[in-house]
Design a protein around this ligand. Sequence first.
Ligand code: PLP
Length: 455
Amino acid sequence: MHRIEAIEPELEWAVLQYAVDRIHLDPPPLDHPRSPAELAAAAGQTITPGGLGGLEALRVFAEVLAPANLSIDHPRFLSFVPAAPTEASVLFDLVVAASALFGGTWLEASGAVFAENQALRWIADLAGFPPSAGGVFVPGGSAGNLNGLAAARHHWRSEHPAHHATRGLVAACRSAHSSIAGAARLLDVDVLDVPADPRGRLTGDALAAAVEALPAADRDRLFAVVATAGSTNVGVVDDLDGVATVATDAGAWFHCDGAYGGAALAAPTVRSLFRGVERADSFIVDPHKWLFTAYDCCALLYRQPAVARRAFTQQAEYLEVINASEEWNPSDYAFHLTRRARGMPFWFSLATHGTDAYTEAVEATLAVTRAVGELIREAPHLELVLEPELSVVVLRRLGWAKAEYEAWSARALAEGLAFVVPTTWRGETVLRFCFVNPRTTVDEVAAILEDLRRT
Ligand SMILES: *Cc1c(COP(=O)(O)O)cnc(C)c1O
């Protein structure tokens, strides 16, 4: 059953050829979503008692399903946070699957874990973490935030046994990612909502005021503070150093969410925005966003990994041999046991190209962002809503309201011009570009801006 040649001998090369051809599409078609009815009509019933055969299943994917998936790596996919994986990372993703790596334990995958840890160390060094820091690759920023806060709560309760049944409280700004509120809900803790400054940043002063205003009983419940290093909506970096000071004074864990923006630690032109990140107790960055890695990949780092180990290590008879060892077991640093060695495509790409190439690629996207900012400043029909800090640009098309933005966005996708969805800033509908793809050129963004004028 598991032997591929028992199916069709050409299938191996057909699948590999498809993957290689897809990597070489430059650009890939932007594509657009189809309705369930359209897909059902075109694909038919694909799960059958006898099987379609691999070549036919591949045909259905290539002809019907693939065009119904947006190409996140298209240079004019500028919505949400796009992705731009290197060829090296994508190719190596095939190797990871083929190698049947069990990335949970040193015993089972010491080679992969060693390599993943070197890749994590590069990020730890960029952030200025001590040599003792360490962590694990988890599927995404949402999982990273949940695990970081779970470790924080476990630590708080073990340091303060009197709080073993106290409901915890996390301080976060409204501009923090939606997964922070989601993690708080799952952990059944409350969120202290701290107002943002006019640029949408959490500052140490605002956090200090919010903490001081708490009744003493609530101040006792505060176990963690979250800051964002590159907000998803507008791409600004919180006052990390100020937040770290307030967290230290309050005896709270400092979790820093750099899922999108943490990549810019590699960029000297903006590195100073991140002052204070080195004081975080836990820190995340998604290499699948702005570090050119195949999905899915979030680096989760702890200042003191032993704290996370106490929160997450699972105990059972069949795990005794693992838990008795002194080696680094990634399964100990988040809630999981079996895990894909999802840091390996990132490692392979870093090892292939070297870290200087990462610095250059992040700086290239920042340079495009600055040039686009300049075009918007000069265009009479457009206005920058905020000065860009990282690689998010938020702009207003003068004279437009929600309906015009939405109609333009739908047409731009339908025509293959670009994928740009509106967002809101202080209640106003605006447009947002997020640049993470070094292949995006200023000229093609200029064409989008020109289309906004003509519409
Ligand atoms: C994207 C993002 C997340 C969530 O990451 P996923 O990988 O989508 O789960 C969390 N925080 C920030 C700041 C983000 O931009």
